[in-house]
Ligand binder design. Structure first.
Ligand code: NAI
Length: 703
């Protein structure tokens, strides 16, 4: 876009209305900043100008910095936001009114805080979410927000990175919430304040400074967590403290310096990678631009077990009318009762508003037979993982559902092409792979079968957004992206135990590295019988793949995990907290001896590298086969579905951080270990090519 179109001013009597037109979200990239500055200068030069209104053109005032620009020199280049733009506004001889709609986030809110006045529509989203990107506000947020609303509320908002509606904004932030037309209200407001002097400037506000250091020390103690997980945390506390102790000039300079240090610190890159990756994941390659999502109002869920219940809750909470079906209505009634009780508890705990709770009643109802599903716009099947049963269900759905309805399966591993094949409308069939618990976990794998239509995919993406999920598209294969990779990760974890580690050591190493839950705790949670099914399938389909035999021994003891209070760990009655399973170590030692393996001491580094590089090597295969569209999609799956730490950015970014040349060399070294599966450690050709070409896995990903 030509810079001259990015901002333009409309003149109404003595008011210049500067309209920002930098794309739908008005990201404050260099060109837009320059265009706004030009209009500010024009207003300053106009002797008839008595006030300025700054307003967003498209969907938002401004959603802040352009993260794609963030890691390039343009991000801080002249004219910069923190100095040139905001200080120009503050120095104007006439008042500047920020008129906010859509969102004012991050740099967008900082720009508004630099204006003399702020008015907003009630549903505008406000906030300083920089901490979630590994950063801190860098254009005055830590200096002006405390001066607007007070130290403590400002500190809370910045540390949480929370966004909130303008009509719930803390006092002092928004001068007027306007329900009527924003531009007209802004003009009226500008006329009211045009003659008022002195003009309010947040930088001039003096905050009370007594007890600030004591309070801040208390905050530092309270938030002293692992600094890698939130690099912005300490610098934010230091910077907000300065707002109370030092004049704004000094505080702003120090804030900007701290921001610059964070921005160039490699440890903060993964956060931006994760943010951009999650947005990119919603883009489906090769989708026809004409593919229109179909309207979705009523949903059917078939199977009211663990998954079906969670899916039904998620749908109801997102405003769908949900019809839930199972083999008997009693099963469904129990599931609905459980959902109602969980909503009541949420109200008691203040996590759900009473009026929202009331709206949920009646949204989730029993479907006594397929006849009750005729009006459904989408049906999601979550019955037992058995192809014969899936066929039976899809045949029945095909017979009753109206034309154009989406038929989705939540299968974890079965062939979605085969499921689609029993219907007369394979174009409408898609996999929607939710994670347990489905109403909590953020990830949704959308499985694109061979015949899935573009419309069905586009509709599934809209569904994901309405459910508040992060969606990733996968092609059909056993385990799709996430579970296919995790199988290799778990296999390594179990080989490590056969070679000398204990399950607790493996879990501790990976949890210490950042994983939310180690592999053995995860196995106990999922149930050791469930993973046994995968091994049985592999023995038939891929007999050449070597599997650790230890898990079969665990299974033969009936140690299924949490559900039997014994698995890789023991679980005291009524507790989900793992304690050592004292019967396990002798069993493991005898097992290693029977394999002829001399147990050795295994360090955390080997544990971490073997488990994670197993993810990376399988991830490369998934990319090469086109099961995942792009490496960042794999990272999104792991960040949102498998407790992968955000500060590591996902397995593929981690491989890049380690270095692909190093990754390949390590795999070759692992291949020398005769135990386990040396052949698995042949680096995938995609990794080899990129390593040898000194290229990145992410080369070619669209910015
Ligand atoms: P579940 O055993 O808890 O529930 C299955 C439900 O389906 C039961 O209530 C059963 O009565 C019902 N059912 C069986 N045959 C039926 C039929 N012909 N018509 C209607 N209802 C029928 O199983 P779960 O764990 O909820 O799994 C369901 C599906 O979700 C499976 O395909 C599974 O692979 C998949 N899945 C499971 C995950 C998990 O962590 N449990 C995660 C992601 C997917």
């Amino acid at each position: 876009m030509n810079e001259s179109n990015l901002a333009n001013a409309e003149r109404h009597a003595g008011t210049h209305v500067i309209v920002m037109n930098g794309g739908p979200l008005n990201l404050l990239a260099r060109q837009l900043r320059a265009a706004i500055l030009r209009e500010l200068d024009a207003a300053a030069a106009d002797p008839d100008c008595r006030a300025v209104v700054l307003v967003g053109g498209a969907r938002a005032f401004s959603a802040g910095a352009d993260l794609v620009e963030m890691d390039t020199p343009d991000s801080l280049a002249d004219p910069c936001l923190h100095l040139t733009l905001i200080e120009t506004i503050e120095a104007m001889d006439v008042p500047v009114v920020a008129a906010i709609h859509g969102s004012a986030l991050g740099g967008g809110l900082e720009l508004a805080l630099g204006c003399h006045y702020r008015i907003a529509t009630p549903d505008s989203l406000l906030g300083l979410p920089e901490i979630t990107l590994g950063l801190m506000p860098g254009a005055g947020g830590t200096q002006r927000l405390p001066r607007a609303i007070g130290m403590e509320p400002a500190l809370n908002l910045i540390l949480e990175g929370r966004t909130f509606r303008a009509d719930t904004a803390p006092e002092g932030l928004i001068d007027r919430v306007v329900k009527s037309d924003l531009r007209e209200a802004a003009l009226a407001f500008a006329a009211e304040v045009a003659g008022k002097r002195p003009m309010p400037r947040l930088r001039d506000v003096r905050l009370p400074s007594d007890n600030v250091q004591g309070f801040m020390q208390f905050v530092r103690n309270a938030v002293s967590r692992d600094p890698r997980r939130l690099p912005g945390l300490r610098p934010i506390v230091d910077s907000v403290e300065r707002a109370a102790l030092e004049p704004a000039d000094r505080g702003l300079v120090a804030e900007y310096a701290a921001f610059g240090r964070l921005r160039s610190d490699a440890a903060t890159r993964p956060f931006r990678h994760a943010f951009l990756a999650e947005r990119r994941a919603f883009t489906i390659d090769g989708l026809s631009p004409d593919a229109r999502p179909r309207p979705l109002r009523q949903a059917a869920v078939i199977g009211a077990g663990a998954m079906g219940q969670g899916i039904a809750i998620a749908l109801a909470e997102a405003g769908f009318e949900v019809r839930l079906m199972d083999r008997s209505t009693q099963v469904v009634e129990r599931a609905i009762d459980a959902a109602e009780q969980s909503w009541d508890r949420a109200v008691q705990r203040g996590r759900l508003r009473a009026e929202d709770r009331a709206a949920l009643t009646g949204r989730l109802v029993v479907a006594a037979s397929y006849d009750y599903l005729r009006e459904a716009d989408i049906a999601i099947e979550a019955v037992v993982e058995d192809m014969a049963v899936k066929h039976e269900v899809f045949t029945a759905l095909d017979a009753v559902l109206k034309p154009g309805a989406i038929l989705a399966t939540n299968t974890s591993a079965l062939d979605v092409n085969a499921i689609a094949g029993v219907t007369s409308r394979p174009g409408d069939v898609v996999g929607l792979h939710f994670f347990n618990p489905a109403n909590v976990m953020k990830l949704l794998e959308i499985v694109r079968a061979d015949a899935t239509s573009d419309e069905a995919l586009a509709t599934s993406m809209v569904l994901a957004r309405r459910l508040g999920k992060v969606a990733v598209v996968a092609r059909v294969c056993d385990g799709f992206i996430g579970n296919r990779m995790v199988e290799q990760y778990i296999r390594q974890a179990q080989f490590l135990v056969e070679e000398g580690a204990t399950p607790a050591q493996v879990d501790r190493a990976l949890e210490g590295w950042g994983m939310a839950m180690g592999p053995f705790r995860m196995l106990d949670l999922a149930g050791n019988d469930v993973t046994a099914l995968v091994r049985q399938r592999r023995a038939i389909e891929m007999p050449q793949m070597i599997y650790p035999t230890l898990p079969d021994l665990i299974l033969s003891r009936g140690w299924l995990g949490q559900k039997t209070a014994k698995g890789w760990y023991d679980y005291p009655p009524g507790s989900r907290k793992p304690v050592e399973n004292r019967d396990l170590l002798p069993l493991i030692e005898a097992h290693s001896a029977s394999l002829g393996v001399e147990r050795r001491k295994i360090g955390a580094e080997e544990i971490i590298e073997r488990c994670l590089l197993a993810l990376v090597n399988e991830g490369a295969a998934i990319l090469a086969e086109g099961v995942a569209q792009r490496p960042s999609d794999i990272d999104v799956v792991y960040l949102n579905g498998y407790g992968f730490p955000r500060h590591r950015g996902g397995p593929m970014l981690w491989a890049e951080t380690l270095g692909l040349v190093s990754a390949v060399r390590k795999m070759r070294r692992f291949a020398l270990n005769p135990h386990g599966d040396p052949a698995f450690w042949e680096p995938h050709h995609l990794l080899l090519e990129r390593a040898e070409g000194l290229q990145s896995l992410f080369d070619g990903e669209a910015a």
